[in-house]
Design a protein around this ligand. Structure first.
Ligand code: NA7
Length: 533
């Protein structure tokens, strides 16, 4: 029987995989990272579409584990663009000498737990097999793209592309007739940029959504200096916050306890600040229907003011869900783009796309749109898509796909029972996508590597989660979600965008601060709810 040839295999070289590699090495363990792209950065490697940028502020969307890194890296904008983020992750990979353990252009196809040898047998797209004592998934929550299968798609004579597969060297859309399908965060970022170059832009919108102005701005030297000075303070604020953001906002427990003038003044202040923090103008926006409705009406009025043609404004405002029930979008010039003569909004809720034709596409009302390029801003199989794209088999050959057939869950979002020694970063059951994800990533990786250190210290070679502890955790995740407005409509947050996927919120909405405290307490109590040997 051969021994495992590697201590840890890490799947993915995005923000999570890079930090996991750094920490695992710090324990003196050998590690191998498999990355399907030919570079680091994960989300920020793949999403190169025009306008791609992070909707969390640069000074929060960064690692906190190295003060030197914080001090030497200089962000240039409030909301960093894809190229800047890709540079950042490349810098991290070089600075911490991470590349030598990363195998690029290599997908993990299968990971099978060998009970007798107590190790994971990992098979890659290059046909290699590695046996590892531990497996860490850093495969990401938004990395498995979702492209609807329209009738006739293969007959289209122009180009078609998913936004997360935009070519590395870019694509010149100057003078083209472009159709964009999808108006989520991605579509909303890409549309204003594409409109500037395309001869004609058709936006095929099925579900209008709330969007808050980014108020993006370059960072001048003064601001940068202050940021660098305050990083440690922000770090403390992030740990106290329920979403891992380092911002301080005025605390107003309820919109309903204010008179109208005060409420409007606070909303105006928040609107002027812009960014995702808008949803936290009042503490109860996500829990009280009336507070939510008042806040939503304010946003509707603002959007209406931006759009010149009343019919277009109406189509953009036929929003059928509470503010924040879907992930709140942060926009730059999105609504104003509909005032351009070359941009047409097409309502595909009333008239769905019926088929793609050689010349373009046709909607159910018989209208045809001639196009040179179809852009699918149609999103991802979120949370579990990347994990389930691999054939992961636990004890007794149990497939993760079967375990999660009726809904995904893992104890603390970290370990799924029956899959020993497999740690998931931002897995289902963790706050993951409802947080500043890089903050969550660091918290998860720190917890996982502390757990590994504990196992090494105590000569333990297996960790699994107790099925009862896992079931109880998943019950809590669902119970907390039931009290929130989050997920009270179909979207990728609930899995509703993927045919056949069980519906429901699978992420922990109790706050990153509470979550981290629970994780720490469980570790302090000897890893209660986990089974170690
Ligand atoms: P999203 O938010 O899932 O948006 C996908 C969009 O694509 C959304 O508007 C969908 O409409 C639309 N879509 C999907 N399929 C179709 C079909 N068949 N016809 C018409 N329209 C369709 O993905 P994003 O990439 O924008 O954002 C994902 C996350 O990345 C985001 O939340 C941030 O966290 C970053 P629907 O709403 O389903 O009616």
């Amino acid at each position: 029987m051969t021994e495992p040839n590697c201590d840890v295999v890490i799947i993915g070289a995005g923000a999570a995989g890079l930090y996991a590699l750094h920490r695992v090495r710090g324990l003196g363990l050998s590690a191998k990272v498999f990355e399907k792209g030919d570079g680091v950065g994960g989300t920020w490697y793949w999403n190169r579409y025009p306008g791609a940028r992070c909707d969390v502020e640069s000074w929060d969307y960064c690692y906190t584990f190295s003060e030197e890194l914080e001090q030497e890296w200089e962000w240039t904008e409030r909301f960093p663009t894809q190229p800047e983020l890709e540079r950042y992750f490349n810098h991290v990979a070089d600075r911490f000498d991470l590349r030598r353990d990363i195998e690029f252009d290599t997908r993990v196809e299968q990971a099978r737990f060998d009970d007798d040898r107590n190790c994971w047998i990992v098979r890659t797209s290059k046909g290699a097999t590695v046996a590892a004592r531990f497996l860490i998934s850093a495969a990401g929550c938004l990395s498995e793209v979702s492209t609807p299968r329209f009738k006739g798609a293969n007959t289209f004579e122009g180009q078609q592309i998913h936004t997360a597969r935009w070519p590395k060297g870019g694509m010149d859309v100057t003078g083209m007739r472009v159709g964009v399908i999808g108006t989520g965060s991605t579509g909303v970022q890409a549309i204003p940029q594409l409109a500037k170059l395309a001869a004609q832009l058709f936006v095929f919108q099925r579900t209008p959504q709330f969007a808050i102005p980014a108020r993006n701005r370059p960072l001048d030297d003064d601001t940068l200096e202050k940021l660098k000075h305050n990083y440690r303070e922000r770090w403390a604020l992030k740990r106290e916050s329920p979403t891992g953001m380092g911002r301080r906002r005025p605390k107003v427990s309820s919109a309903l306890e204010l008179d109208e003038a005060t409420r409007t003044r606070l909303l105006e202040n928040s609107w002027a600040l812009g960014g995702p923090g808008f949803a936290r103008t009042f503490d109860d926006v996500m829990t009280d229907a009336e507070s939510n409705q008042l806040t939503a009406q304010f946003v509707r009025d603002k959007i209406k003011d931006k759009v010149e043609v009343p019919d277009v404004a109406e189509s953009l405002l036929e929003i059928d869900h509470p503010l924040g029930a879907r992930r709140l979008i942060v926009e730059i010039d999105y609504f104003e783009t509909y005032n351009r003569p070359n941009v047409t909004l097409v309502d595909v809720a009333a008239n769905p796309i019926e088929e793609i034709t050689p010349q373009g596409l046709r909607t159910a009302d018989g209208f045809s749109y001639d196009l040179d390029l179809i852009v699918y801003a149609t999103g991802f199989d979120g949370m579990t898509g990347a994990l389930l794209a691999m054939d992961i088999q636990g004890i007794g050959g149990l497939a993760l796909r079967d375990k999660w057939a009726n809904g995904a869950g893992a104890y603390l979002g970290l370990v799924a029972s029956g899959f020993p020694n497999l740690f998931m970063i931002t897995g289902p059951g963790s706050p993951a996508v409802y947080s500043n994800v890089i903050f969550s990533i660091e918290q998860h990786v720190d917890w996982i590597t502390d757990c590994l250190a504990h196992m090494l210290d105590h000569d333990l070679d297996r960790i699994d989660s107790d099925p009862e502890a896992e079931a109880e955790w998943t019950r809590q995740v669902h119970e907390i979600a039931a009290q929130s407005i989050v997920g009270k409509t179909d979207s990728w947050w609930t899995g509703a965008n993927i045919d056949g996927k069980p519906k429901g919120v699978t992420f922990y909405l109790g706050g990153t601060n509470t979550y981290a405290a629970i994780c720490d307490q469980i570790a302090a109590q000897g890893y209660e709810g986990f089974v170690m040997r």
